[in-house]
Design a protein around this ligand. Structure first.
Ligand code: ZN
Length: 146
C-alpha cells in the first residue's frame, strides 16, 4: 500500500500503451522491439508519474482523439452500409438465387471429372453411358462412364 499514492496510476491510455507495446514485442525484429519497449516504458512511466495534471491532460486528449476517430469510422461505415445495401439488395439476392439454381442443375445433370493427363476439370453430361472424352486443354482422349 502507499506505493501508488500521489502517483497517476494505470489509466486507459497507459493500459493501451503497454498492451500495444507487448504486441509489438511479439515480433522479434529490432524496430518492433524498440517501439514495443518504448510503448511499455512510456505506459509504465505514466502510471508512476506524479505529474497528475499533465497525465490527465494526455488522457483527455487521447480519449477525445479516439472518440473522434471511432466516431468517424462508425459514421463512415453506417453511410457506406446503408447506401450499398439499398442499391444492391434486390440484385444481389436474385443473383444468389440464380447461382444456387445453376449449381443445383449442374450437380443434377453433369458430372465433373479430371483429365488423367493434365488434371483439367471437365464437365460431362450425366447418364450417357460410356463415352470418349476429349480434354479441352490437352486434347487427351479417355473413356469415361457417366
Ligand atoms: Zn487434359
Amino acid at each position: 500500500m502507499g506505493f501508488f499514492q500521489g502517483r497517476y496510476g494505470f489509466d486507459l491510455l497507459s493500459k493501451i500503451l503497454v498492451l500495444l507495446g507487448l504486441i509489438f514485442l511479439v515480433w522479434r525484429n529490432i524496430i518492433t522491439l524498440t517501439i514495443g519497449f518504448a510503448l511499455v516504458a512510456y505506459g509504465t512511466y505514466r502510471a508512476f508519474s506524479k505529474n497528475i495534471t499533465a497525465r490527465s491532460n494526455e488522457a483527455f486528449k487521447f480519449e477525445s482523439f479516439i472518440r473522434n476517430k471511432l466516431g468517424n469510422v462508425l459514421s463512415n461505415r453506417n453511410n457506406y452500409g446503408s447506401s450499398s445495401m439499398y442499391s444492391n439488395k434486390g440484385f444481389n439476392f436474385g443473383n444468389y438465387k440464380d447461382k444456387v439454381a445453376s449449381w443445383y442443375n449442374e450437380r443434377k445433370n453433369y458430372k465433373i471429372v479430371k483429365c488423367p493427363n493434365c488434371s483439367q476439370k471437365l464437365r460431362l453430361p450425366k447418364g450417357k453411358g460410356k463415352i470418349v472424352v476429349t480434354c479441352k486443354k490437352c486434347a487427351n482422349e479417355f473413356k469415361m462412364k457417366t
